[in-house]
Ligand binder design. Structure first.
Ligand SMILES: C[S@@+](CC[C@H](N)C(=O)[O-])C[C@H]1O[C@@H](n2cnc3c(N)ncnc32)[C@H](O)[C@@H]1O
Length: 452
């Protein structure tokens, strides 16, 4: 790999005697990681059936593992949301804010969803996750990942940080700011980051990061924790941003990140600010992972405003087709107060959900399904949140079966079962809905997720 000269000069100046080791780290292959989705399966059960050879645990995330496979992802267990492919260092961000069940969490720069899906696994379906992505195309990918992982309590928004800030003042217990950056730490994985790198670009990103962090800070509750992270080495995008933020926001303090697992303290000397020792640098020559930066910030005080709350709007519409579907298919009922209609689509919003009208909300919770002429068609997003014992009719294929491969590819299957909606599972883990009619299992696995 040819690294830009200017980049190497800058790294040499930054790392001094560590530089040679740093350079050597580019000779090895990159580490491949997966994180078990504990919304769907326990770590122990996953280890029993992992489709990949597990090499080691990721020390900073108990759900994370190094694997041997170079291209994980095309596996029925992946389609069923049992794991998320994630670079091991990237798994270090979300644990910093110590998310507890029931909290309100904002992931401000969220796509494709590594940190959001991790945060959701800490929430275990309780509380609220607002997962935001400013770019529409990327936000749609985020929706797919949130759905595949069976997350029930996420609202996916497609807004700028400034737009969100108008709605949420001092609202979130925890905020994750995984900022857009020049990606120097990902050169091994992301050839675009390597090709587009320049000092000018580093400064462009810095100019983007500063207002993002300011907006994030306003949305955090007093007493709340916020993590700022990047996957780049430049001090301009890291220590500089934090140093300036701390000087301008006296209602925040920096919280020390323990320097275990090979984490390194920040490059504080440049700013003559020993507080910057408290940030963490993940460097590829010191641990098994790519480059990352983490700063943990605590808000001491600030304004709080309760946003308007969302009210169900199913009042006038006839949703009998939905109720019939529920009675016929599911062993539980939904709380009417949390049912929301948008056009013909019916959603189940998280408990205590805020009013959606001032935001561009792509997914206000679980998409339950859509009203079609004289019937209700359940959505994949609902099926991904279900367990076998919550539905009356299941079809359970094994991971190695021809049937599951065909189903994920989008084929219909011949099957000798009574008519009706079925939950399609892989070795007991939900994948999709399917509908049996006259001995044929119609395919409802989303086209966008099908294997080619
Ligand atoms: C490092 S990536 C996020 C990765 C993600 N957190 C994950 O773990 O999968 C940064 C994201 O910030 C988004 N972004 C770009 N400009 C932004 C801006 N001005 N405000 C907020 N987000 C922005 C990018 O589109 C990108 O998806």
């Amino acid at each position: 790999m040819r690294l830009p000269e200017k980049f190497l000069d800058r790294m040499k100046e930054l790392l001094k005697e560590e530089f040679d080791d740093f350079l050597k780290s580019y000779e090895g292959d990159r580490y491949q990681g997966i994180r078990v989705n504990t919304l769907k399966i326990s770590v122990e059960d996953f280890l029993e059936l992992s489709p990949y050879k597990i090499l080691d645990r990721v020390p900073w995330e108990e759900r994370g593992f190094y694997i041997e496979e170079e291209k994980p992802g095309k596996d029925p267990y992946h389609a069923a949301g049992l794991f998320y492919v994630q670079e091991p260092s990237a798994m270090s961000v979300a644990p910093q804010v110590q998310i507890k069940r029931g909290e309100k969490v904002l992931d401000l720069c969220a796509s494709p969803g590594g940190k959001s899906t991790q945060a959701a696994s800490y929430l275990q379906g309780e509380g609220l996750l607002v997962s935001n992505e400013i770019k529409l195309k990327r936000a749609q990918i985020l929706v797919q990942n949130i759905e595949r992982m069976g997350i029930k309590n996420a609202v996916v928004t497609n807004n700028s940080p400034e737009e969100l800030e108008r709605v949420f003042i001092g609202y979130f217990d925890k905020v994750i700011v995984d900022a857009p950056c020049s990606g120097e730490g990902m050169f091994k994985k992301d050839k675009d980051a390597l090709n587009y790198w320049s000092v000018e670009n580093v400064l462009n990103y810095q100019a983007m990061q500063r207002p993002i962090l300011r907006s994030a800070a306003n949305m955090l509750k007093p007493g709340g924790l916020m993590v700022y992270s990047t996957c780049t080495f430049s001090i301009e995008e890291n220590e500089y941003v934090i140093d300036e933020f701390l000087r301008e926001n006296k209602n925040f303090e920096i919280v020390n990140i323990e320097k275990k697992y090979g984490f390194r303290e920040g490059f504080y000397e440049v700013f003559n600010n020993p507080e910057l020792k408290k940030v963490a640098r993940l460097m590829p020559h010191r641990l098994k992972g790519e480059g990352h930066f983490l700063a943990l910030l605590k808000k001491l005080d600030g304004d709080v405003e309760e946003p308007k709350m969302l009210k169900s709007n199913i009042g006038k519409r006839d949703i009998d087709d939905f109720r019939r579907f529920v009675k016929d298919t599911l062993k539980f009922e939904f709380d009417d107060e949390r049912l929301i209609l948008r056009g013909d689509r019916l959603y189940y919003v998280p408990d205590d959900c805020f009013d959606l009208k001032d935001l561009n909300v792509l997914r206000p919770g679980i998409l339950l399904g859509e009203f079609k002429k004289n019937r209700f068609e359940p959505d994949y997003a609902l099926s991904a949140t279900l367990k076998m014992d919550e539905v009356y009719r299941n079809i359970n294929f094994t991971r190695d079966s021809e049937e599951i491969r065909k189903y994920i590819e989008g084929y219909t299957l011949n099957i000798d079962l009574e008519d009706g909606w079925y939950l399609i599972n892989v070795d007991g883990y939900s994948l999709s809905f399917g509908k049996v009619a006259k001995g044929v299992l119609k395919n409802y696995f989303p086209k966008a997720l099908r294997w080619q």
